[in-house]
Design a binder for this molecule. Structure first.
Ligand code: FAD
Length: 390
């Protein structure tokens, strides 16, 4: 009987995939043979990687998949290397499917900038965030004990760069063991302003906050090269050099490299422009969700890749599950923005509401992010026990 069931393979255990799997009822789950293939035995909260990188959080930014997954879902821990029309190739095996859901998330985008991939650390997954944490800790102990200054540069003043630089600066400010003024923290951004997706009023609040936290903001600095001990930038036509012990690359993201390595999938920057039902063009049995998908809103404006979008896409596929397994036509996916909140340290945030005219500043949006949005996801993925552990 089990062999007669439709084979559904889900790739990656991020927001999109888990939102799909955790939204299916046990009755629905029994109707198909579902396999989740992912490269780690745990789910990590990508939206909290900056907290892991600065040492505010570690294991509690992860959930063990064996505990989180419905018992009907088979977990395969393996690395996907290529997607074919009816088969997924992994490092150790290959898996056939009737329906495929691709939720492999993002990779860092280096834009061919010299030295960016070799001389910087990236914050794209849990292991990378832990590596940043260890590197910062080792730099702070070895250099400051000799009375030397530490220079750390966060490359990129977008959403994740600003979240990371704020958390890092606050952590350093509050570390009583560190000699005063022993750490320079830079935020380097090519554009005239940071977090361009936010309204000017909130950008100004963010800049003031970064200044209070001691961040040295370098806007209009286009990075030309990252060397082991410095970053070369173009600043309004002149070349300038910023000394660094550590460069952290948060300049941009693209879809997972597996997409680009799969000739059947047409993509730009490893993101597939999906149909209104989230299918890869030409393939009604392959769905692409989360950061590997490229989606536009009703006004034809590209939607930024966010956990919010990934979660809604996963829920949509769960709602359409019966149509999917019965081969019926699907309703269209519609994204409903619930606004966005950018943390600026542990106790301060800025936010734009679902109604973009509503702006939020201070502790309120931070409490909302922590206690409602993050707590909702902890509960959804890990249940009550995970929620209580925090
Ligand atoms: C520091 C930071 C802060 C952020 N803050 C926010 C925020 O506040 N709000 C927001 O909405 N978004 C935020 N984002 C963006 C958000 O994290 C992503 O949009 C979201 O994680 C995308 O979800 P996903 O399901 O596509 O992939 P992910 O959640 O990234 O999951 C990808 C999954 O695929 C697995 N995987 C990857 N490669 C392979 C492979 N080859 N084989 C097998 N498995 C693989 C990974 O292990 C992982 O389980 C932030 C991102 C960062 C980096």
């Amino acid at each position: 009987m089990e062999n007669d069931k439709l084979k559904i393979v889900v790739l990656g255990a991020g927001y999109a995939s888990l939102s799909f799997l955790k939204s299916l009822s046990h009755e629905m789950l029994k109707k198909a043979q579902i396999k989740l293939i992912t490269n780690n035995p745990y789910h990590y909260f990508s939206v909290l990687l900056h907290e892991v990188a600065v040492g505010n959080m570690d294991k509690n930014a992860t959930v063990e998949l064996k505990k989180a997954l419905p018992k009907e879902v088979e977990l395969v821990v393996d690395t996907v290397t290529e997607i074919k029309q009816n088969e997924v190739i992994t490092k150790n095996s290959s898996f056939g499917f009737d329906k495929l859901i691709v939720g492999l998330g993002f990779n860092s985008e280096f834009f061919n900038i010299k030295g960016a991939d070799t001389n910087s650390l990236t914050c794209g997954n849990y292991k990378e965030a832990l590596a940043i944490k260890e590197r910062i800790a080792s730099l702070l102990t070895t250099k400051t004990s000799k009375g030397e200054k530490v220079d750390i540069a966060i490359c990129g003043g977008g959403f994740s760069g600003v979240e990371l630089v704020s958390s890092l600066a606050q952590k350093v400010c509050e570390d009583k063991k560190l000699p005063k003024d022993s750490v320079n923290i830079y935020c380097i951004e090519a554009m005239p302003d940071i977090i361009a997706a936010f309204p000017k009023e909130l950008i100004n609040v963010a800049k003031k906050r970064l200044d209070e936290l001691g961040v040295i903001l370098k806007t209009d600095h286009k990075i030309l090269e990252i060397k082991q001990d410095s970053i070369t930038c173009d600043y309004k036509g002149s070349e300038v050099s910023i000394k660094t012990d550590l460069a952290i690359w948060l300049v941009g993201v693209k879809g997972n490299a597996v997409i680009g390595n799969s000739p059947i999938l047409e993509s730009a920057r490893n993101r597939v422009a999906v149909t209104k039902t989230l299918n890869a063009p030409r393939f009604n049995h392959i769905f692409i969700v989360g950061d590997c998908s490229f989606v536009k809103d009703d006004n034809d404006k590209p939607l930024p890749p966010t956990a919010q979008l990934a979660i809604q896409q996963g829920k949509y596929l769960a709602r359409e599950f019966t149509n999917i397994i019965e081969g019926k036509s699907l309703n269209e996916f519609k994204f409903i923005s619930k606004g966005m909140i950018c943390s600026l340290g542990e106790d301060f945030a800025i936010g734009v509401g679902a109604d973009p005219k509503k702006l939020y500043i201070g502790k309120g949006p931070m409490l909302l992010k922590r206690n409602i949005i993050e707590a909702y996801w902890r509960y959804k993925v890990g249940g009550m026990s995970r929620l209580l552990k925090g």
